[in-house]
Ligand binder design. Structure first.
Ligand code: ADP
Ligand code: MG
Ligand code: MG
Length: 907
C-alpha cells in the first residue's frame, strides 16, 4: 500500500494542484496560507529559500491520534530535508556546511495564537564551530545560537522570556554597552551558555543538541499549538472551523544579520491605510526575522533602501509588482537580504482599512488587473459604513502609542476618559458632559446604561458574541473586546498594560474598526462620502443590482441627503413626526381633546397647511421619484403628556393654590388646573394595557376618519401644487397595520374619495397608489385578499418581527434578548438581522400570494433591516422591488444589493 503524501517540497506545487483540481482554496487548506504562497512564489520563479511544507492533514492526524506522527510522515520529512540538502549543497547537522532551517506555522487563515516561528534550527556546538569557520563571524554565529535557544525555549517549551532577557541586560551592563549589537562574540557565547542552563533548569533536560530532535520537537509544538487556548478562543470568536489544522513550513535559513550588506524587512505593495499605489514598508540592516516587528530597534522606511542598496531595491520593486499582477491583490511581503542577495520569505493578501479597500479595488479595475464585478465583491458593505463614522486620522494612528489589541467587534473610533463601571460612565457623561470609554473585564445587562452613555466600550475578556460586543453593535458604539493584554484592577480603579498603569479618568482612544487601543487622545476625522473612489465603486454596484434602494425620510433635509447618497425613492415618510413639533403639537392635542366634531375639524384645519407644506417639500426634493407617505400610526396617548407626570403636576398646582397670595394667582392656577385635569382625563381614557397592539395604525383612521382624511387632502393638495410648479410627483399613500382586508377596504374608500375630490378641485391628475404595510402575521397570511385593495405592500419588519416572535423589542433588547444571543438560543438579534426562517417565510408567502391577486404589486421593506447586508440579501432572494433604509445606510444598501445579485447569479 502506498503511504499518503504528507510532505510537499516547495517545488511540488504542480502535483498538489493536480490532486486538488487547481483549486487554490483547497491548496491553502492543505498547505496553509504561508506554505501555499511560498510554493506559489517558487513556481513563478521568485527567489525563495528551499524548503517544504508538512500538510494540515498531518497535523489533524497527529492530533487525532493523541500525539503520534502519522505513518510515513517523518520519513517524508527526512527525504524532503535531503532534497533541500542537495539543492543547497549543505547538510543538516553537517560539520562542513551546516544547513539551518526555520520551522513556521501556517493555517488556511492567518490567525493569532498559533505557535511562533523558531529560527536557526540545526545549530549546536559542532555546527556553531563550522559556521564560524565558514562565515568568519563568530559574533553573528553566537548571536544566532542564543536566539535559537531562547526561541526554542520560549516557543517550544513555554519558558517565559524574562529570565532570558535578564541575562542579556546583565551582559550589556557588564560589557558597558547600550545596544545588543554592540555585544561581542565572546559576550554572546557566554549568553548562549547561560541560556542553556536556564533551559535545563526550566525543563529538567538539556537543550537538544541533535538538529533532528530540534526539528521534531518544533514540528510537534506547531501541531499542538492548533489546540492552544488562544487559538481555540480566536477560532470561536472569528467563526473559523476547528478541524482545518495547521501546516508546518520548514525553510532554509537566510541571514539578514551577517553584516551591513544584510537586512530584513516587511512591505506592502500599496498603502494599507490610504490605498495609495506605492510600496510601503520598514526594514532593518543587520537584523534577523522578528526584529522588525518587535520594535526593539528603530526601523527604517523602505524608501531608504533605494539609496542604501539600489540594485536590491529595484529587484524588490520588480517582484512586488509581479506578485500583485499574479495574485491581482495587494500583497504583504516579508523579505531578507543576505550579503546583497534578496530572498522572499512570505507573501499574503494585505490587511487594509476600509478606505484603502475601496481605493485599491477601484484602482485595480482601472489598471486592468481585475474586472468591475470582482472589485465590487471585494469591498465588504460594512466597509462603506466606515465612510460615515468618525475614524482616526492615519497620521494619528502612525504616531499613536498602541496599548493593546483586541477583537474589532463594532466599528468606529472613540476617544474618552476611562471609567471602570457603568454608574461612573453615566455620571461623568451625563452630569459632567465628559467623553468616557467604559472599561470592564466584561459587561452584563446591568451595565447597559453606562455603555449607552459612553463613547466606546473596551473589555479585556469575551469574544464576538459577548454581551459587550452585541450591545455595542446594537447601539452603534465603537468597541474593542477581549483585549487580553489589559489587566484590569477594579479594586484600585486602574488597569495595567505592559507594566504601564492607566488610572480611571486617563484618556484612551479605541479603534473599533481595527480592534486597537491607544494611549491618549488621537485625532479623529469623518471620512468623506464624496470620496471619488467610493462614488465610482457604488456606481458599478448600481450596474449589478436589481433591488431598488429607497430611503426612510420624514423631512426634506433627510430626503436631500439620501438622494445624494443614491436613494431612488422614499419608502417611508412617517407623517406623524411633524405633529410633535412645537408649532403643531397644540393643534394636535386640541384635535385629541375635542368634545365636538366642529372643534375637531377646526384643529385639523389648522394642521392641514403644515402637513401640506411638509409633503410639498418632500415632493420637490424627490422630483418625480416615488414617495410613500404612511398615515398616522402611533396611538394617540403618545401625543399627550405622560399620565404620571400630569398627576404629579396637578398635585403640585393644588398645593400652590392653597398658598396662593392673591386672586390673580388663584385665577391663573385654576385655569391651569382645569386644563391639566382635562388632559389627565383624556390621557387616562386613552391609556391601554398594550398600546403596541391597541388603537393605532389603520384602526385609528377608522376611529377618527377626519384625521387621515386631512392627511390625504394635504398629500394631494401638495401634489397638485407641486405639479403646477412643473415638477413630477408620485405619491403613494400607505395605510399602516392592516390585519383584515375589510379594514383596508373601508379606509381606502374614504381616503380615495377625498383624493379624487382634491384632484377635481385642483383640476390636476396625479398618478398615485394606495397600499398598506404588512406588519402583522394575519396580513401576511391573507395577503392575496389584501392585495385586492392595495397597489403596494411595504413590510414593516420591525413590527412584523415583534408580532411574529411575540417579543416587545424595547423590553427585550434591554433585557433577555442579549442573553438569548450569548447562549445561542437565537443566532443573532432578529431586530437587526431579518429572521429568515420565520419572518422571512411570512414575507415570502405574502409576496407570492399578493402577486397572484395583483401581479403588478410593488413590494418593499421599510424596517431597519432594509439597511443591513444579510437582510438585504434575503430581500433580493424574495424578489422584493426595493429596500428602504435610513439615509446613512443607503450607500451600504447599494453595495449589499449588488453583492446579493452577483452572489445569487454565481450560485
Ligand atoms: P509570522 O507568521 O509570525 O510572521 P513567520 O514564519 O513569517 O512568522 O516568521 C517570523 C519571522 O522570521 C519573519 O520575519 C520571517 O521573515 C522570518 N523568517 C522565517 N523563516 C526564515 C528563514 N528561513 N530565514 C530567515 N528569516 C526567516
Ligand atoms: Mg510572517
Ligand atoms: Mg409599524
Amino acid at each position: 500500500m502506498q503511504t499518503k503524501k504528507w510532505v510537499f517540497s516547495f517545488d511540488e506545487l504542480d502535483m498538489v494542484n493536480n490532486a486538488v483540481g487547481d483549486d487554490w482554496d483547497a491548496v491553502r487548506e492543505l498547505l496553509g496560507g504561508k506554505g501555499a504562497n511560498l510554493a506559489e512564489m517558487v513556481r513563478i520563479g521568485l527567489p525563495v529559500p528551499h524548503g517544504f511544507t508538512v500538510s494540515t492533514e498531518a497535523c489533524n492526524a497527529y492530533l487525532k491520534s493523541g500525539g503520534t506522527f502519522p505513518q510515513g510522515m517523518w520519513d517524508q520529512v527526512l527525504a524532503a530535508l535531503q532534497t533541500v540538502e542537495s539543492q543547497t549543497g549543505k547538510r543538516f547537522g553537517g560539520e562542513e556546511a551546516p544547513l539551518l532551517v526555520s520551522c513556521r506555522s501556517g493555517a488556511k487563515f492567518s490567525m493569532p495564537g498559533m505557535m511562533d516561528t523558531v529560527l536557526n534550527i540545526g545549530l549546536n556546538s559542532q555546527t556553531v564551530a563550522a559556521m564560524i569557520r565558514l562565515t568568519d563571524d563568530a559574533r553573528f554565529v553566537y548571536d544566532s545560537y542564543r536566539r535559537l535557544i531562547q526561541m526554542f525555549g520560549s516557543v517550544v517549551m513555554g519558558i517565559a522570556d524574562e529570565p532570558f532577557e535578564t541575562v542579556i541586560t546583565a551582559a550589556r551592563r557588564s560589557a558597558g554597552v547600550e545596544n545588543d549589537n554592540e555585544l561581542s562574540a565572546d559576550d554572546w557565547k557566554k549568553v548562549a551558555d547561560t541560556f542553556k542552563a536556564i533551559y535545563r533548569r526550566h525543563t529538567t533536560h538539556d537543550f537538544p543538541e541533535d538538529p533532528f530532535k530540534q526539528l521534531k520537537m518544533a514540528t510537534e509544538a506547531v501541531f499542538k499549538s492548533w489546540n492552544g487556548k488562544r487559538a481555540v478562543d480566536y477560532r470561536n470568536a472569528a467563526g473559523i472551523a476547528h478541524d482545518l489544522g495547521t501546516a508546518v513550513s520548514v525553510v532554509t535559513m537566510v541571514f539578514g544579520n551577517m553584516g551591513d550588506d544584510c537586512a530584513t524587512g516587511v512591505a506592502m505593495t500599496r498603502h494599507g491605510s490610504t490605498g495609495e499605489p506605492h510600496l510601503e514598508g520598514d526594514y532593518l540592516t543587520n537584523a534577523q526575522g522578528e526584529d522588525v516587528v518587535a520594535g526593539i530597534r528603530m526601523t527604517r522606511d523602505l524608501s531608504q533602501l533605494k539609496e542604501e542598496m539600489p540594485d536590491v531595491y529595484a529587484e524588490f520593486e520588480r517582484i512586488a509588482k509581479l506578485l500583485e499582477d499574479h495574485y491581482r491583490e495587494m500583497q504583504d511581503m516579508e523579505f531578507t537580504i543576505e550579503r546583497g542577495k534578496l530572498w522572499m520569505l512570505q507573501t499574503r493578501d494585505g490587511k487594509r482599512t476600509a478606505q484603502a479597500a475601496v481605493r485599491i479595488a477601484v484602482d485595480m479595475v482601472e489598471e486592468g488587473r481585475i474586472d468591475r464585478k470582482t472589485a465590487v465583491l471585494r469591498v465588504n458593505p460594512e466597509h462603506v459604513d466606515f465612510f460615515l463614522h468618525p475614524q482616526f486620522e492615519p497620521t494619528a494612528i502612525a504616531g499613536g502609542r498602541l496599548l493593546a489589541r483586541g477583537l474589532n467587534v463594532s466599528p468606529g473610533a472613540a476617544v474618552g476618559q476611562v471609567a471602570f463601571d457603568a454608574n461612573m460612565a453615566e455620571a461623568w457623561a451625563k452630569r459632567e458632559g465628559k467623553q468616557v470609554i467604559m472599561v470592564r473585564p466584561e459587561t452584563k445587562p446591568d451595565d447597559v446604561h453606562g455603555m449607552l452613555a459612553a463613547q466606546g466600550i473596551l473589555t479585556s475578556r469575551g469574544g464576538r458574541t459577548s454581551h459587550a460586543a452585541l450591545v455595542a453593535r446594537q447601539f452603534g458604539k465603537p468597541a474593542v473586546v477581549g483585549a487580553s493584554g489589559l489587566t484590569i484592577d477594579l479594586a484600585n480603579r486602574q488597569m495595567i498594560v505592559d507594566s504601564q498603569t492607566i488610572h480611571e479618568g486617563d484618556w484612551i482612544s479605541i479603534d473599533g474598526t481595527a480592534g486597537n487601543v491607544y494611549e491618549g487622545q488621537l485625532e479623529t476625522m469623518v471620512p468623506d462620502i464624496k470620496d471619488p473612489w467610493l462614488i465610482k465603486l457604488l456606481s458599478w454596484a448600481d450596474e449589478f443590482r436589481t433591488l431598488g434602494v429607497w430611503t426612510n425620510a420624514d423631512y426634506p433635509r433627510d430626503a436631500r441627503r439620501a438622494l445624494e447618497y443614491g436613494a431612488q425613492g422614499i419608502g417611508l415618510c412617517r407623517s406623524e413626526h411633524m405633529f410633535f413639533e412645537t408649532d403643531r403639537l397644540p393643534h394636535f392635542q386640541k384635535m385629541i381633546m375635542a368634545d365636538y366634531p366642529v372643534e375637531r375639524r377646526e384643529a385639523l384645519a389648522a394642521l392641514l397647511p403644515f402637513q401640506r407644506e411638509d409633503f410639498a417639500g418632500l415632493f420637490r426634493v424627490m422630483d418625480g421619484k416615488p414617495v410613500i407617505i404612511r398615515l398616522i400610526d402611533p396611538p394617540l396617548h403618545e401625543f399627550l403628556p405622560d399620565l404620571v407626570e400630569l398627576v404629579s403636576e396637578l398635585a403640585d398646582l393644588k398645593i400652590r393654590l392653597k398658598h396662593a397670595p392673591d386672586m390673580t394667582t388663584i385665577d391663573t392656577l385654576l385655569a391651569d388646573i382645569r386644563q391639566k385635569e382635562q388632559l389627565r382625563k383624556r390621557a387616562q381614557s386613552l391609556k391601554e394595557a398594550n398600546p403596541m397592539l391597541g388603537l393605532r395604525g389603520v384602526r385609528l383612521g377608522i376611529y377618527i376618519p377626519e384625521l387621515t382624511t386631512m392627511q390625504v387632502r394635504a398629500i394631494f393638495e401638495a401634489a397638485c401644487m407641486v405639479v403646477k410648479e412643473g415638477i413630477d410627483v408620485h405619491p403613494e399613500v400607505m395605510i399602516p397595520l392592516t390585519s383584515h382586508v375589510n379594514e383596508l377596504v373601508r379606509q381606502r374608500g374614504v381616503l380615495e374619495a377625498e383624493a379624487k375630490a382634491v384632484m377635481a378641485e385642483q383640476e390636476v391628475e396625479i398618478a398615485y397608489k394606495f397600499g398598506t404595510m404588512i406588519e402583522l402575521p394575519r396580513a401576511a397570511l391573507t395577503a392575496d385578499q389584501i392585495a385586492g385593495a392595495a397597489e403596494f405592500f411595504s413590510f414593516g419588519t420591525n413590527d412584523l418581527t415583534q408580532t411574529t416572535f411575540g417579543i416587545s423589542r424595547d423590553d427585550a433588547e434591554a433585557g433577555f434578548l442579549i442573553e438569548y444571543m450569548e447562549t445561542g438560543i437565537l443566532p443573532s438579534n432578529p431586530f437587526a438581522t431579518l429572521d429568515r426562517d420565520g419572518v422571512g417565510q411570512l414575507i415570502d408567502m405574502a409576496v407570492k400570494k399578493g402577486r397572484t391577486t395583483n401581479p403588478a404589486l410593488e413590494c418593499g421593506i421599510c424596517g431597519e433591516h432594509g439597511g443591513e447586508p444579510q437582510s438585504i440579501a434575503l430581500c433580493h432572494e424574495l424578489g422584493l422591488t426595493y429596500v428602504s433604509c435610513s439615509p446613512f445606510r443607503v450607500p451600504i444598501a447599494r453595495l449589499a444589493a449588488a453583492h446579493a445579485a452577483l452572489k445569487a447569479k454565481s450560485a
